[in-house]
Structure formats: C-alpha cells, structure tokens
Design a protein around this ligand. Structure first.
Ligand SMILES: *Cc1c(COP(=O)(O)O)cnc(C)c1O
Length: 259
C-alpha cells in the first residue's frame, strides 16, 4: 500500500529471523503471518483476483512493541492502531528498534481535538467520517511529510450507533477531501455489523463497493477498499477489498477492553 514501488511487498522474502537478539514469540508470529498470507491469497484466487491486489494491515491494538517487531521481522510493514494514547509510545518504541520503514495506519474513532498527533505521526487514516475532522487533519499535516493517505469510513450496518458517515453523504465528503492538498483520498473503509452469516456479510461489503463505484463514476480517483477482518476477510475479498485489517488471526485474542 506504499505508493513507492521500491518498498518490498508484505510477501517479499525477507529473513524472518530476529535481527535484534531474540524477539519473544517470533516463531509463532512467523507461522501465523505465513498462514494468514496464504489465507488471503487463497481468498483472492477464489474470487478470480490477483493476490498481490490485497494488502494485509496488521491491527496491533493492545499488543506491545515486541509482538509488533516480531511481525515486522517477517516482512510485515503496515500496522493499524485504534487508540492514540496507546499507539504513540508503541510507535516510538518500534521506531527506536526497527531497521525497517514501518507504515502506521490510524483506524479508530477520531475526536476532533485529537487530530494533530494523528496528522503528525501516522501515514494513513482509515476512519475519517466528517469534513471537520478532514479539514483539521489537512491543516495540521506537517509540510515536511507527504500528504496523509485517507479513507472515508462508511456506515453500512444500518445501526445508528455504528461509526462512519451515511453512504448518501460519502460522495460530498469525497469531493471535499479531494480538494484538500495535504490529504490524499484513497478510498473507503467499513466495519460491518458482526454477523456469522456469509450472505449478510457479503451484502454489507457489496454495499461499500457500490458506494466506492458511485464515487469513482463521478471522476474521483479511488484505489482502496479497506474492509474485512479475522472473521470475514474471505467475503470482503470476494467483494473487492484491497486492504484487510487483521488483529486476532495474527496476534492471538485480545484482553477485553475495560475502558
Ligand atoms: C480490532 C479491529 C480490527 C481487527 O479485528 P480482528 O477481528 O481482531 O481481526 C480491524 N479493524 C478495526 C477498525 C478494528 O478496530
């Protein structure tokens, strides 16, 4: 998902051995990462797609720098975080230890008074749902950094409590963001309502894809559909996902969040 063609793809054959003296859990990380890449590739082939068109975003929320660096040693370069306060110290710790260029994606809810650190520290933001937040990110993106890659989060769950903009408002928001010079609009992100029924999953992902095609048909250049997680990535890839965001299947189960 780097725009720089010289950056190795996540599947590039890099040595998976720890280079900084024995990272905890490296073998587990290696086998889980390899199994997940195979699962993604299989889903892409089943959908008649080239596996290289689907990128893996490792969702590292609640996991520490050791677990993140163990995956980075396997060639994983893109990591997603939901909570700013948790993410910033982890990102600093990883930067101090990693000898690889890591890309950080913010995927959590954004409070408008917390946009500055996001604009300053992340490469991507998947969870933009309001023009006001986009405008602040645009204003606060430091001039020495490349434009911030942005996805609009769309709510296709039909539940009023879910986050994301109304699909009917996505086109207007896409137009507004396209005009912001310090942001680079890449596509849409969605977190469908959880369902164990593949038919329901598919219908929600298809809805995101339809919004994506509507925006593209208006001449706005999008290339990213960020959808699919540990439990539904096959259905998401079947409906056109270009980034799957995976936590549990890579890192194991998370402690339940109490705050
Ligand atoms: C936690 C999270 C994920 C990963 O979910 P898993 O089911 O653990 O794969 C993906 N996207 C977002 C926005 C998340 O918060």
């Amino acid at each position: 998902m780097s725009t720089d063609d010289t950056t190795p793809a996540p599947s590039a054959k890099l040595p998976c051995a720890p280079t900084n003296g024995g990272l905890a859990g490296t073998e587990d990380a290696q086998s889980r990462h390899a199994a997940l890449l195979a699962r993604i590739a299989q889903a892409a082939l089943a959908a008649g797609r080239d596996p290289s068109t689907v990128q893996l975003l490792a969702v590292s929320k609640t996991f520490g720098p050791d677990a993140i660096l163990a995956l980075a040693a396997c060639g994983q370069r893109d990591f997603g975080e939901n909570y700013l306060q948790e993410a910033l110290p982890k990102m600093a710790a990883c930067a101090a230890h990693a000898s690889w260029p890591m890309q950080w994606h913010f995927i959590g809810p954004i409070q408008s008074n917390k946009t500055r650190p996001i604009a300053e520290h992340f490469d991507w933001v998947h969870s933009v749902e309001r023009e006001r937040v986009a405008a602040r990110l645009n204003e606060q993106r430091p001039a020495e950094l490349p434009p911030l890659h942005v996805c609009i989060q769309v709510d296709v769950s039909g539940e009023a409590t879910k986050s994301g903009c109304d699909p009917l408002e996505a086109l207007a928001l896409a137009r507004a963001i396209s005009a912001m010079p310090r942001l680079r609009l890449r596509g849409l992100m969605a977190i469908p309502a959880p369902s164990a029924d593949p038919v329901v999953q598919r219908a929600q992902f298809a809805r995101v894809k339809a919004v994506y095609e509507t925006i593209r048909s208006e001449g706005i250049d999008l290339d990213t559909l960020s959808m699919g997680m540990s439990g539904d990535l096959e259905e998401a890839i079947g409906q056109g996902a270009t980034i799957v965001r995976v936590g549990t299947a890579l890192f194991g189960s998370r402690p339940s969040r109490t705050t």
